[in-house]
Design a protein around this ligand. Structure first.
Ligand code: ADE
Length: 257
């Protein structure tokens, strides 16, 4: 059977991906044939005797820019038809869960890993469909950013992980996830919130919702503007806001380990 997702990665450092594709859930997806990947060192398309792939920026300035020719030749030879071509870059649109979902519907993704001061803009103009940033900070190259994007995407493909886990996790409903607890030994100095041991599913659900709302209000208030809250969540949010306004305090705060 054809793989559900084919990934091609153009990189100067293919070894950086070894652990990523051969460990954990990704390894299983590759072994099952759900994901197929190909790492391509685009230095192979350099033509001068130094195998150069970068040069000084026109107009001056620090750093080096990846040249048009080696990358264009690599892309033409590999072919881009039917592939969504992604260039991870701090100047891209921000990766979020909805973009990860959108990309998980594609059959073929091709990543171009930049380095130094990035790619010649003409490569981006001619070949790139999406320039994507993984956050408002700068890392040394596109490899780690590519792994982040690929990881956020492949796990959403049917059968890669259990759908129950996807329903419960952060951003599934636009909110952060509630805290989790499991059995611990005597070295843990704090107790588990009692409600979780009550066996009362309604109360547990209500506590978890409260924790999600409190966390989101505290850490990511911006998410509350776009979260798709159902009637129960909206009611709970209003109650929390009211009790905070009255100065009752954070009644539902997580007080355990
Ligand atoms: N390359 C360097 N920094 C990056 C970032 N924040 N996102 C994506 N690619 C990058």
């Amino acid at each position: 059977m054809a793989p559900r997702l084919k990934i091609t990665i153009l990189t100067l450092f293919p070894r950086m991906f070894e652990g990523f594709f051969t460990s954990s859930i990704m390894r299983r997806a590759v072994e099952k044939g759900t994901v197929e990947y190909r790492l391509v060192d685009f230095r192979l398309w350099a033509t001068d005797r130094h195998r150069s792939v970068d040069d000084l920026p026109y107009g001056g300035g620090a750093g080096m820019v990846l040249m048009y020719d080696p990358l264009a030749r690599a892309l033409d030879e590999l072919g881009t038809a039917g592939k969504r071509v992604i260039y991870p870059s701090p100047s891209g649109v921000l990766l979020d869960q909805s973009l990860a979902h959108e990309l998980s519907n594609e059959r073929e993704l091709l990543f171009i890993c930049g380095h130094y001061e990035g790619l010649d803009q003409r490569i981006i103009d001619e070949y790139v469909d999406d320039e994507i940033s993984i956050g408002d900070y700068v890392i040394t190259g596109g490899e780690v950013a590519t792994m982040v994007i690929v990881d956020s995407v492949f796990r959403l493909i049917d059968g890669v992980i259990s759908s129950g886990s996807l329903d419960e996790e952060s951003f599934a409903d636009g909110l952060l996830e509630y805290p989790q607890y499991t059995r611990s030994g005597p070295s843990c100095p704090k107790e588990v919130p009692h409600v979780l041991l009550s066996g009362h599913h309604g109360k547990i659900e209500s506590w978890r919702l409260e924790q999600k709302l409190l966390r989101t209000m505290e850490r990511r208030i911006d998410l509350l503007e776009t979260a798709s809250l159902d009637a129960v969540s909206r009611k709970k949010l209003n109650e929390l806001k009211e009790s905070m306004a009255k100065g009752i305090g954070e009644n539902g705060r997580d007080e355990s380990c």
